[in-house]
Design a protein around this ligand. Structure first.
Ligand code: AGP
Length: 608
């Protein structure tokens, strides 16, 4: 996510802003900038890449005098990570500077309106509309201009505003994105989170959505959405910096598991308007889709597992032959691919060497390519014909969680969209699936609420040296991801197995020492899965089963049960994987493993 900071006080602002942005680096970013007001003028410096570039450009901030300013680290969502797209954004007349964390969902209409009124846009960002609205509404009363501006915005925003006619004053606005005020002695601050504040003050004010504040060196005035002054309690931050970076969670992985409802909301909501799926960035019209005679999904690791979920959903809904291929295999397999192939490339980082190579190979064979990536402007995103971003925000833990579930959400949206475009989905079923997808953040949250129960189960099984995850159809695809999560952070051996395949040899390994995790959420094959559970139990295995909340019959079959919040059959993978992510997490924690940085692993495998 982007990070924003603001300072006003007796110190030089630039060094304070740069230090605050440094504290926010862990949030992930690809460009940065600061703006400082001095003598009624605003000076701005921005860079692409790392903050170090900005520190060098400004001689550690010394080159930009002034006591009041704002700063930003940008995680690109709209527009590549360039200097022009970096924040702060400046009004055409130079009177205003704005930093923003969040997504202005109605920016396109606002941009059109403002352009028609003569405002000149320089960036590709959604944020730039804010600074021109301020300019348009400002008649000397900054508070009123801010209120009128915010009244036009839809979406999520934490805003920092600087105006050259209001020396020493900052405005901070909060709506759905985090923003905290720091209360100092003769100086005041705002920031996206406490890590940027606790070096200066531990006394903070937490703003609620819709509230905004005016900050001067000696005073903070907080207003409610109607502009009425309100009093707010002062809070004391007890976290140390490391804990603050993880939002109070012990590990980034747990933080990112807990962030999944918000990540899913950010990925899904902008793509469903009035009950219709809208896929900006997907450039294939229905005529082109009708020419497609096969869909190949390719990726590595967890992205491949997400793709494996997608292949079942795509094939069932679109009725186009669909397969998922490991990128490291596909690139060397002389694949039969041509211009009638839709290649879907999935990658959280967008920099995985095997995935890039497979994409290049298939492009050279004529495939039409669509990327599903989390990092804007990454190599995979640039190479593909079309891109659908997962707006999961930066993922710090090596083991992906929100990256994986948001990839599945995009695949579900895409499958329903294509099936509709091809006239292969009748209206009732389309509406049912769209409603189900929109409800996934809430289902995911309910799955997260199994947290304590999962922790207890992990406590019972963390010493197991070998586990089997079995499932059929979508459950088998989820089993792959569950098994990888356990292996990569707890170093326990496990295997994902198609439940119907066990009897063809592998069941010879099953005995009383094995824990078998049976995924039984795919209702159509529930009875078949139960017979597999009986098979392994007959050989002494302990069975932990996951089933839909309504499938109470599972209690008669398994030793332990986790009931998963249910949704449409095709949408079960997202709520189903969450307790299995948590299971892997708590097993690894019980074993004292380095959860965020597992041995031998890298967050992005940029080598073959
Ligand atoms: C997942 O937890 C692993 N870190 C790994 O399998 C990862 O999914 C794989 O390397 C692909 O990475 P990408 O999504 O960035 O391409």
């Amino acid at each position: 996510m982007c990070g924003i900071v603001g300072f006003t006080g007796p110190q030089q602002a630039a060094p304070v802003l740069l230090e605050g942005l440094k504290r926010l680096e862990y949030r992930g970013y690809d460009s940065a900038g600061i703006a400082v007001e001095s003598g009624g003028k605003i000076r701005t410096e921005k860079c692409s890449g790392y903050l170090e570039n900005l520190v060098k450009m400004t001689d550690g901030g010394k080159a930009i005098p002034g006591n009041c300013g704002i700063g930003h680290t940008r995680w690109a969502t709209h527009g590549a990570p360039t200097v022009t797209n970096a924040h702060p954004h400046i009004s055409n007349d130079g009177h205003f500077a704005v930093v923003h964390n969040g997504i202005i969902e109605n920016y396109a209409q606002l941009r059109e309106e403002l352009t028609a009124k003569g405002f000149i846009f320089y960036s590709e960002t959604d944020t730039e509309v804010v600074v021109h609205l301020l300019d348009m509404y400002y008649t000397g009363d900054l508070k009123r201009a801010v209120m009128k501006t915010v009244a036009r915005l839809e979406g999520s925003y934490a805003l920092g505003v600087l105006c050259d006619e209001k020396p020493g004053e900052l405005i901070a606005v909060k709506n759905a994105s985090p923003l905290i005020l720091g209360v100092g002695a003769g100086e005041n601050f705002f920031a996206s989170d406490v890590t940027a504040l606790i070096g200066h003050t531990r006394t903070v004010i937490y703003l609620e959505d819709g509230e905004f504040a005016s900050l001067t060196p000696d005073k903070i005035t907080v207003y409610d959405p109607a502009g009425r002054e309100i009093s707010k309690p002062l809070s004391q931050v007890m976290w140390n910096t490391e804990a603050a970076e993880k939002g109070g969670y012990e590990h980034f992985m747990l933080k990112e598991i807990m962030e999944q409802p918000r990540a899913l909301k950010a990925t899904i909501e902008p793509r469903v308007k009035n009950g219709e799926i809208v896929l900006e960035g997907f450039q294939f019209g229905s005529d082109q889709l009708k020419e497609i005679n096969q869909i190949v999904i390719t990726a590595c690791g967890s992205a491949y597992h997400a793709g494996y979920v997608g292949r079942y959903i795509m094939e069932e809904l679109c009725r186009i032959p669909t397969r998922a291929e490991l990128a490291s295999e596909l690139r060397y397999s002389k694949p039969i691919i041509d211009e009638r192939t839709l290649l879907i490339v999935i990658s959280q980082s967008g920099e995985t060497a095997d995935t890039i190579a497979a994409l290049k190979e298939c492009k050279s064979l004529g495939a039409r390519t669509l990327a599903i990536v989390n990092v804007v402007g990454s190599t995979v995103a640039k190479l593909a014909d079309s891109v659908l971003y997962t707006w999961a925000g930066p993922e710090i833990a090596v083991a992906t969680t929100k990256g994986y579930t948001t990839q599945i959400a995009v695949l579900e949206l895409l499958a329903v969209y294509i099936a509709r475009q091809l006239g292969r989905l009748e209206d009732k079923r389309y509406k049912q699936l769209v409603r189900g997808i929109c409800a996934l953040p809430e289902r995911c949250q309910r799955a997260i609420d199994l947290n304590r129960r999962v922790e207890k189960l992990a406590g019972k099984h963390y010493k197991k040296t070998s586990l089997f995850y079995i499932g059929r159809n979508l459950d088998y695809a989820v089993a792959m991801e569950a098994s990888l999560k356990l292996k990569e952070i707890s170093y326990a051996h496990s295997e994902a197995y198609a439940a119907g395949e066990l009897k063809h040899g592998t069941i010879a390994l099953i005995d009383e020492n094995q824990l078998v995790v049976a995924l039984a959420c795919y209702n159509a094959l529930f009875d078949k899965l139960v017979s597999n559970v009986k098979e392994v139990k007959a050989r002494g295995a302990q069975v932990l089963a996951l089933a839909r909340e309504s499938q109470r019959r599972i209690f008669a079959e398994a030793d332990q049960v986790l009931l998963v919040p249910e949704t449409d059959e095709l949408l079960m993978p997202i709520p189903e994987i969450v307790p299995l992510q948590l299971f892997a997490y708590y097993v690894a924690k019980a074993k004292g493993c380095d959860i965020d940085k597992p041995k031998n692993l890298a967050k992005s495998v940029t080598v073959e």
